[in-house]
Design a protein around this ligand. Structure first.
Ligand code: KMH
Ligand code: ZN
Length: 309
């Protein structure tokens, strides 16, 4: 019997900008409402970033997160996963501060440095709502998303050991799996590991189904039965890759952080719409969706009573 599928919903992220979609949650109220609706649609885990309410720019301040985290926690039982990726260009300390403050059950951890090229999106839009938007996108042409071994160790120690927070290990390429294996061999990461394989980011592995199969094959060799694997793909590849993962017994991630669309050329009007679409696919495949409690048990999480928000 295949395991219930863990659906992660990445509610707003730090990649897309306000001009790109009127449906992208920006304010704390919008983020909370969208997250709660996504939970009601079936999201097992909620992956959360914060944004400046006035400008929509990625915001790493704990006080901004605290304007929506308690409301989400009070209104749904989905696992709350606070991003340490922040917004491109933030320092390590900025990126991890919110998670260190709120001590979540889960946080993201990016397992390798890379080029993170979202500049091609800039050419698709004009009449920007805010000046920062094209600047933010275009700066990524000469930008390295820094996640050195020292950076990773810092998060593992400060957040993992310090707070009992466990991680959504974001792996954008084959080498990132080997980076994670190195930390496991050093005894700095304990099973069960939750590996989020990321496809289709310019600078990471391409969104080719063969790459998903190979990353899965290598992860099986490296981690055996000690891991849960999940798949996300950016943009138009989101649903096909989520579906491929579900068909292979994997878990998956959707959400407006990773794609603004519900189908080719049609903007998704909510996170819940994407969650509902993939839930229907999962159930049509004969699978069930994992409950937050099942995810807590499978991922070894500390329990919602142990967070600080
Ligand atoms: N934006 C995703 C492709 C993080 O928040 O730590 C990767 C991500 C990184 O979600
Ligand atoms: Zn994220």
């Amino acid at each position: 019997m295949p395991k219930p599928v863990i659906i992660t919903c990445a509610v707003t992220g730090g990649i897309h900008t306000p001009t790109m979609s009127p449906y992208l949650p920006i304010t704390p109220q919008q983020i909370a409402q969208s997250a709660i609706a996504a939970s009601q649609a079936g999201a097992t885990i909620l992956h959360l970033h914060a944004r400046n309410p006035e400008t929509g720019k990625p915001d790493s301040r704990p006080e901004t997160f605290m304007q929506f985290l308690p409301e989400i926690k009070a209104n749904c039982d989905s696992v709350i996963n606070v991003s340490t990726g922040g917004g491109l260009g933030m320092t390590r300390e900025q990126r991890v501060l919110a998670a260190l403050t709120v001590s979540p059950e889960m946080a993201s951890l990016n397992v390798g440095s890379m080029n993170f090229g979202i500049f091609p999106m800039a050419a698709k839009y004009s009449d920007w709502q805010h000046d920062w938007e094209p600047e933010f996108l275009n700066m990524t042409e000469d930008f390295i998303f820094r996640n050195t071994f020292t950076d990773i160790e810092f998060i593992l120690k400060e957040l993992g050991e310090g707070h009992g927070t466990r991680f959504e290990f974001e792996c954008y390429d084959l080498g990132h799996l080997y980076n994670l294996a190195w930390f496991i061999d050093k005894g700095m990461v304990k099973p069960p590991f939750f590996i989020q394989m990321v496809f289709g980011i310019l600078g990471g592995v391409g969104a080719d189904p063969d790459n998903l199969m190979h990353m899965h094959t290598i992860a099986n060799k490296l981690f055996g039965d000690d891991y849960e694997w999940s798949v996300l793909a950016a943009g138009r590849n989101q649903m096909p890759f989520a579906t491929q993962s579900a068909g292979l017994g994997g878990n998956l991630r959707v959400g407006l952080e990773d794609s603004l669309y519900i189908s080719r050329g049609e903007l998704a009007q909510s996170n819940a719409e994407q969650v509902t679409k993939i839930r229907t696919i999962i159930e049509n495949l004969g699978h069930t969706v994992a409950t937050p409690e099942q995810a807590r048990q499978r991922l070894g999480l500390k329990g919602v009573e142990n967070v600080k928000f």
